[in-house]
Design a protein around this ligand. Structure first.
Ligand code: FMN
Length: 331
């Protein structure tokens, strides 16, 4: 064993935890290569969703979320990840090279890592109790520590965001290629290792007030008595960056993971929403009308309390580590 370096089992455990990251349509568009004293993250372009994500922005954000999950997992396993983002300009799909430095895991590292297997995308109605301002401030701080702004959207800006979400849904749903892609990637049978299972999609309508959630294949998740919940008080956060390149998207993905894990650790339910940023027209609307033209929107995240009587959500499937990780020499 190389002293001060993670052994093979530790690297595999960290890659397995990274694999639990959220990704657009649960496409898991990443792969890893292990070097002698390093680990490398690559975008897996074979898992692109051309109709949903024509810019490839969600793909890089998803990889960023996996990178942050890896960092959190490694820290709990006793290693600080030293990350070099886009280490080789000639290889734009080589998203990160990671080196390891031993650290003593702290209680907060372990707490955050333990949120990884508990986190779920919750597409159900949230309760009428809003998330406390102090918790929202903490989520904003968490994103900022990753170099990303998180805007808590309210008032007129929130109305504009809801309009943009509805408009994006109309535009996407009118596109046969988008509808085919949604059919291919959701409602998948048990035993599939990717895609959004019916068990994670609410049965029946899941529009909450003026918020339209993405339509997947028909779902089987029972929402319980919505009447008991009152009006959904979910909060919308918009994550944004100062530039709109792949480095910004990778960072936005890391911030996404950080915010979602922090929210999970605090007991909040959460759901990423990317539709308004997948369509050029509504991406511009969000930038100009919601953020006042000041920065580039990357992802919307909805947070709130799950209904007081809500069942735990099932885990979504993941690709096995053996399909995600190979040694560098095996090229
Ligand atoms: C970049 C990105 C965009 C996403 N967009 C949406 C979305 O628009 N609507 C939605 O319901 N879920 C969205 N998700 C959540 C994924 O569908 C979810 O992470 C995936 O199905 C795995 O499930 P899990 O998060 O419960 O593990 C998004 C996730 C990411 C990382």
């Amino acid at each position: 064993m190389d002293r001060g370096q993670p052994d093979e089992t530790t690297v595999r455990a960290a890659v397995a935890l990274a694999g639990r990251a959220p990704s657009v349509h649960n496409s898991q568009p990443w792969r890893w290569e292990a070097g002698a004293r390093s680990l490398h993250l690559y975008a897996d372009r074979a898992r692109t969703l051309p109709a949903t994500d024509p810019l490839g922005a969600d793909l890089v954000i998803s990889c960023g979320a996996a990178l942050h999950h890896l960092r959190v997992g490694l820290a709990a396993l006793g290693f600080r990840a030293k990350v070099h983002r886009f280490p080789n300009p000639a290889l734009p799909d080589h998203l990160a090279a990671i080196e390891f430095e031993p650290v003593e895991p702290s209680e907060s590292h372990v707490e955050l890592a333990s949120a990884i297997p508990r986190r779920r995308t919750d597409r159900r109605a949230f309760s009428s109790w809003p998330a406390p301002d102090e918790m929202l401030r903490q989520l904003v701080e968490t994103a900022r520590a990753e170099g990303v702004e998180a805007h808590v959207v309210s008032g007129k800006a929130r109305d504009e965001l809801l309009i943009a979400i509805g408009k994006a849904a109309d535009i996407q749903e009118a596109d046969p290629a988008y509808r085919a892609e949604i059919r291919q990637w959701s409602g998948v049978y048990p035993g599939a290792s990717a895609g959004v299972p019916a068990a994670s999609i609410p049965a029946g309508s899941h529009q909450y007030g003026n918020l339209r959630m993405r339509e997947f294949a028909p779902g089987s998740l029972i929402q319980g008595d919505r009447g008991l919940l009152g009006d959904d008080a979910g909060t919308l956060l918009v994550l944004s960056t100062s530039s709109d390149d792949d480095l910004s998207r990778l960072r936005a993905g890391e911030a996404t993971s950080a915010v979602l894990l922090e929210a999970t650790a605090a007991g909040l339910a959460s759901c990423p929403l990317s539709q308004p940023l997948e369509v050029a027209e509504t991406r511009e609307l969000v930038r100009d009308e919601v953020l006042g033209g000041s920065s580039c929107p990357q992802l919307v995240i909805r947070v709130g309390w799950a209904g007081f009587n809500a069942d735990p959500l099932p885990a979504t499937p993941r690709r096995p580590v053996i399909d995600l990780l190979r040694d560098q020499e095996q090229k």
